[in-house]
Design a protein around this ligand. Structure first.
Ligand code: NOJ
Length: 622
């Protein structure tokens, strides 16, 4: 192994990967793509009302193009009472005036397309708002034709003592605290809501519901959008007997998830959706299903192209490792070996069939650098290291707005500083029914609450971070004074510029998109290490594949120097690695790193400095 003195060879920084024409024939185009998520409410405000909007996004299109992303996923902008910030939709075919108009959305779509980017909309069809006309009709009487579009059940005959009325049809809790059932006076029955009481669950057993959803999806595709991110889509098939869930010690409600996560008809519904909406459309589209609780085995089925369900899923395993029993209000320290074990298993499980999505954060998760890195002294270094590690896995990476700036968690004070319904409901439940003090609850919810990710994007160093000229709907992180886009966009050493390089590498280097993945050093508690390998094309004589390209990716997840052994250039398991590709004798070059100088290394060892990332590449030279 050799290392160069600085500057390390950098990949050319390119704009978005492909034009529409180039990708039309390639159904796996998204392997080379990077998706950027916009949470509109917190992105950029154009009219001074303190809430981000579509014209605000349009004003930042050059920024997105400069970053080099290929696809923008827009969190919901549809008409909504905003009980859950737009994940409660009352009209699927219009834009909420908070965010703008359908004409603004058209302008955004065109602006993205003309810059070679695609637009993926959020599809929230496990539930609607209780103000959606479908639900208004459904609740109006027991014999309304839309009654069966939702889950209505009579009160339980023998009420139990509990924090709800006790007569709920089963003991399930809602994701936002309290029971998953709401009593409706009009007809004397309960309706099911897995999220807030203003988000009644649609009944996908009813073919009319499915037809209405598919029609709406087709309407959007016909208007030029390029796909959907499907909200909790593996909740749409429920065990129709709606049985009680197990109630764990100290919990107020039963866990209904085994009865609605990836339920009995989920594959049938997604395949039907594919046939009714996506089949026969010839332009490249993206479908990604958000799937809490999905297993690797099931993800293979969901994403195997031959089964025609979805392109990829968001799994949740790696974002539950820093919690006791998957409970975000009981945070614990993450062990790097757990993270490697989990992500490595997903890489392996989807190696032959299906495809991974890759993410550290989104609008429901804490900020990546605060959670997996060090948001103090090593904020910039660790944000860059995390980018390199994630994006060089096999799968399609997602960047959540502000991640590319190394934005951090927010330090909120009182409960009145929070805005998220999930946090507010939990605080109320924990301080009333569970007997915790305000201080205890605030301390427990600080690291992983969703408002961490929802503070406005920090565009500059001014008081409200250049996000709004008015009063922001949620406070701007005061570290906008030194963590902001204005400082980073043209600074070659910034986190933003590092993201540009990593994104460009996926576009220019086929091993990133298509290579095999092998986890190395699985027992090392500090260093994340893996190898990517891509054989060259089969030789003309038909003598099999020619030797190809390998990457070695090393990331130090600690604030101390760490030395790793490189086994004389073998880069791990010789049989599957260097020997197979006949690469052991070829020199490796450092193609990406987050320190200005290469640092120490020999043929046998590399010493990584605090939060250092090193990416080596070697290639067979014929
Ligand atoms: C998942 C979304 O990402 C989250 O923000 C929302 O609260 C729930 N689904 C309910 O729609």
């Amino acid at each position: 192994m050799t290392t160069h003195a600085e500057p390390a060879t950098e990949p050319p920084v390119s704009e978005a990967a492909d034009t529409d024409d180039e990708v039309t024939t390639d159904p796996g185009w998204f392997r080379k793509a990077v998706v950027y998520q916009i949470y509109p409410r917190s992105f950029a405000d154009s009219n001074g009302d303190g809430i981000g909007d579509l014209p605000g996004i349009i004003s930042k299109l050059d920024y997105l193009q400069k970053l080099g992303v290929d696809v923008v996923w827009l969190s919901p902008i549809y008409t909504s009472p905003q009980d859950d910030n737009g994940y409660d939709i009352s009209n699927y075919r219009d834009v909420d005036p908070l965010f703008g108009t359908l004409a603004d959305l058209k302008k955004l779509t065109d602006g993205l397309h003309s810059r070679g980017m695609k637009l993926v909309m959020d599809l929230v069809v496990n539930h609607t708002s209780d103000e959606h006309p479908w639900f208004v009709e459904s609740r109006s009487s027991k014999d309304n034709p839309k009654r069966d579009w939702y889950w209505w059940r009579p009160p339980r005959e023998n009420p139990e003592a509990g924090p709800g009325s006790g007569a709920e049809p089963n003991n399930w809790g809602s994701a936002f605290s309290g029971p998953a059932w709401e009593f409706d006076q009009v007809t004397g029955e309960y309706y099911l809501h897995l999220f807030s009481r203003k988000q009644p669950d649609l009944n996908w057993e009813n073919p009319e519901v499915r037809a209405a959803v598919y029609e709406m999806m087709n309407w959007w595709l016909d208007r030029g959008v390029d796909g959907f991110r499907m909200d909790v889509i593996n909740f749409i098939s429920k065990d129709t007997s709606l049985p009680d869930g197990l109630k764990a010690e100290g919990m107020l409600f039963g866990d209904g998830s085994p009865h609605f996560m990836s339920g009995p008809r989920i594959h049938e519904f997604l395949h039907e959706m594919h046939l009714e909406v996506f089949a026969g459309r010839d332009k490249p589209l993206l479908t990604v299903g958000e799937m809490p609780g999905v297993t690797v085995e099931d993800a293979v089925l969901f994403t195997d192209p031959a089964r025609r369900e979805v392109d990829m899923v968001f799994q949740f395993e790696h974002v539950a490792l820093d919690q006791e029993d998957g409970n975000k209000w009981r945070p614990r320290k993450l062990r790097l070996t757990d993270l490697k074990q989990s992500l490595g298993r997903w890489q392996e499980g989807l190696a032959e069939r299906g495809w991974n999505s890759l993410y550290w954060g989104n609008h429901d998760q804490a900020r990546a650098v605060s959670r997996f890195g060090d948001d103090g002294q090593y904020r910039e270094l660790s944000a860059k290291m995390l980018a390199g590690i994630l994006h060089l896995h096999r799968g399609t990476p997602y960047v959540y707005q502000g991640e590319e700036l190394g934005m951090t968690n927010m330090s909120f004070g009182a409960i009145s500083d929070y805005r998220d319904i999930e946090v507010l409901n939990h605080h109320r439940e924990a301080t009333t029914h569970l007997g915790h003090t305000d201080a205890e609850v605030l301390a427990a919810l600080a690291p992983l609450n969703r408002d961490n990710a929802r503070t406005p994007v920090q565009w500059d160093a001014s008081r409200h971070g250049g996000f709004t000229t008015g009063a922001p709907w949620i406070a701007v992180n005061p570290n906008t004074s030194h963590v902001n886009a204005a400082e980073q966009v043209d600074n070659p050493d910034s986190v933003f510029s590092f993201y540009r390089k990593v994104i460009a590498l996926r576009h220019s280097e086929p091993v990133v998109a298509d290579g095999d993945f092998t986890m190395l050093l699985p027992d090392d508690e500090h260093v994340y290490a893996f190898r990517r390998s891509l054989l060259g094309p089969a030789s003309a004589s038909g003598a099999g594949a020619t030797p190809g390209v390998q990457l070695l990716v090393l990331g130090n997840f600690s604030g101390e120097d760490r030395t790793v052994e490189l086994d004389g250039g073998g880069w791990g398991d010789a049989e599957a690695g260097a020997a197979e590709l006949e690469l052991g004798h070829y020199p490796a070059e450092l193609i990406l790193g987050n320190y200005p100088h290469d640092g120490a290394g020999t043929h046998d060892t590399v010493t990584l400095r605090p939060w250092e990332l090193k990416v080596f590449r070697r290639q067979h030279n014929n």
